[in-house]
Design a protein around this ligand. Structure first.
Ligand SMILES: [Zn+2]
Length: 97
């Protein structure tokens, strides 16, 4: 179950806004998504699974996340956007492409 150190080695990075350690995951839509590097047993709602060399993140519904947390079948993460102290900047600046 303890796959955290390896994930940080391979996918670790830093939030561009606040400098916190994050894991860079990729959503099924191909968007990059920063995750807090430690799974959250209390509130995690994102699965992160290594698939073909990429860390693929999936945001679960509240009910699905609660069920998985109860079974502890796999670690659940929090999106760093949810915990970043600079989250407002993400929303304001993040749209420029
Ligand atoms: Zn941040």
């Amino acid at each position: 179950m303890s796959q955290e150190p390896e994930l940080v080695d391979r996918y670790g990075g830093h939030c561009a806004s606040c400098g916190a350690r994050v894991l860079w995951a990729t959503t099924a839509e191909g968007k990059r998504m920063p995750l807090d590097p430690r799974p959250s047993e209390a509130a995690g709602n994102v699965t992160a699974v290594v698939t073909r060399g990429r860390l693929i993140s999936t945001v679960l519904t509240k009910r699905h996340a609660a069920r998985l947390r109860a079974t502890r079948a796999q670690p659940l993460y929090l999106s760093h956007f949810a915990t970043c102290p600079q989250a407002d900047q993400h929303r304001r600046k993040g749209k420029t492409r």
